[in-house]
Design a protein around this ligand. Structure first.
Ligand SMILES: Cc1cc2nc3c(=O)[nH]c(=O)nc-3n(C[C@H](O)[C@H](O)[C@H](O)COP(=O)(O)OP(=O)(O)OC[C@H]3O[C@@H](n4cnc5c(N)ncnc54)[C@H](O)[C@@H]3O)c2cc1C
Length: 386
């Protein structure tokens, strides 16, 4: 079975990339071990993302955004960041001349919307429930053997198979992630008070807690915290967990009622010297992992998908899409954005971990100072919009 491009991994980033190739002359294969099922209309998915307006426009151009019910999407009109010593930084969409800073929605809703769009895609063949077994790179092609015995061939393999990427390992790319020793504890709550479409974040001694507004009086939390503390939180009974989150969030939204049980995800930093090899490109979490304190992981992945699809389409079908020189264009175009996000998130995480009173004083005054510089805040907002 011959293709131009084989994408391994049909998560949010892999399926968005496959969809972005719909209007191209490429023949595309998508291999996904566990395709997403329809999301539940009743319950709320614990995995929730803040999608930037630029990526919302990208998802709209793929037709995926229109498939997500409006009642499952919450716009973010402002953001309130609190330091651990009285510092405060506030972003406001209206103040920056915008209607919203981001959109909050569930992973399951978005995954299903993207996946359904692929149903009608004429230039795409999906291999679902299949897992790759062996990968071989030859001069003119790469060959992927599936565990059910089928063999696929393409000029380019795209690894979109997440943080523990099989493709990355099979291609012999060494990844040496730095574990933060933290879990991101996620859960959804019903709140006594309205959130006012404000995202809230607290830098605390025990980690970083974020409240993301969901539709109605609901919020989703991400509490990035050292593993022992995360395990202790996950072991609490429902009432005690609600009370702990309420207190940690300065009682900002009153009493909390648990909607979705808490779950913990390990946090790590992964940075690769290159996202490409001859006949191979990596996108999404297979290519980089960032701390979730800025809620930018999947946004970076969508940028990869946009950039790689645009690079391949600009070169055209006559050009060998697995050619290393062409792929390096994608690598160069993405490097700065990924590095900048990793430096900012990793730097902030480290800065707020230091216990020294002078450092604590300095970082909180830094938040206050930034808060008074409208030009700086607007520049930060504009960067986060893309
Ligand atoms: C606690 C936490 C909170 C976060 N919050 C945010 C946020 O608010 N905003 C944000 O932008 N990002 C956030 N992120 C980051 C975000 O979750 C990831 O960046 C995003 O899910 C990566 O998507 P992906 O498609 O690259 O990988 P994945 O979502 O991991 O998808 C990989 C896909 O590949 C498939 N697969 C894997 N192996 C194989 C194989 N061998 N064969 C076939 N298929 C395979 C899997 O089934 C899956 O469908 C958060 C992360 C954490 C841990």
């Amino acid at each position: 079975m011959d293709f131009d491009v084989i994408v391994v991994g049909g998560g949010l980033v892999g399926s968005a990339f496959a969809a972005a190739l719909e209007d191209s002359a490429f023949h595309v294969a998508l291999v996904e071990a566990k395709p997403p099922g329809p999301p539940s209309g009743q319950s709320w998915d614990a995995r929730v993302y803040a999608i930037s307006p630029g990526n919302q426009a990208f998802l709209a151009s793929l037709g995926a955004w229109a498939r997500i019910p409006d009642i499952r999407v919450a716009p973010v009109h402002g953001m309130d960041v609190r330091g651990d010593g009285g510092g405060r930084l506030r972003f406001d969409a209206l103040g920056a001349g915008l209607s919203e800073l981001a959109f909050i929605l569930e992973s399951g809703q978005l995954g299903h919307a993207l996946w359904r769009g692929l149903d009608q895609q004429a230039n795409l063949a999906r291999f679902c429930g299949a897992s790759p077994h062996a990968l071989r790179f030859e001069d003119t092609h790469a060959r992927l053997e599936l565990s059910d015995g089928r063999s696929l061939r393409a000029r380019l393999i795209v690894g979109a198979d997440g943080a523990r990427s099989w493709v990355r390992a099979a291609a012999g790319i060494e990844a040496d992630p730095r574990e933060y020793g933290q879990l991101g504890v996620v859960a959804n709550f019903e709140t006594a008070k309205p959130h006012g479409h404000l995202a809230r974040q607290w830098f605390r001694e025990d980690g970083i807690l974020a409240f993301l507004p969901l539709p109605g009086n609901r919020v989703s939390i991400v509490w990035s915290t050292p593993e022992p503390h995360a395990r202790a939180l996950l072991a609490l009974d429902e009432a005690a967990f609600c009370q702990r989150v309420r207190e940690a969030g300065n009682d900002a939204l009153g009493a909390l009622t648990l909607l979705t049980p808490a779950a913990g995800f390990p946090l790590r930093l992964l940075s690769l010297p290159s996202l490409v090899r001859p006949r191979l490109a990596l996108i999404g979490d297979a290519a980089h992992n960032v701390h979730p304190l800025a809620g930018q992981g999947v946004n970076l992945g969508f940028h990869d998908a946009r950039c790689l699809a645009a690079t391949l389409k600009a070169a055209g079908p006559e050009r060998d899409c697995g050619d290393h020189l062409g792929l390096r264009r994608y690598d160069r175009a993405r490097k700065e954005d990924i590095l900048a996000m990793q430096l900012v998130t990793d730097g902030l995480e480290k800065l707020f971990r230091v216990r020294h009173p002078l450092v604590k004083w300095g970082r909180n005054r830094g938040l206050d100072l930034t808060n008074r510089q409208d030009w700086l805040k607007n520049a930060l907002v504009r960067h986060a919009l893309s």
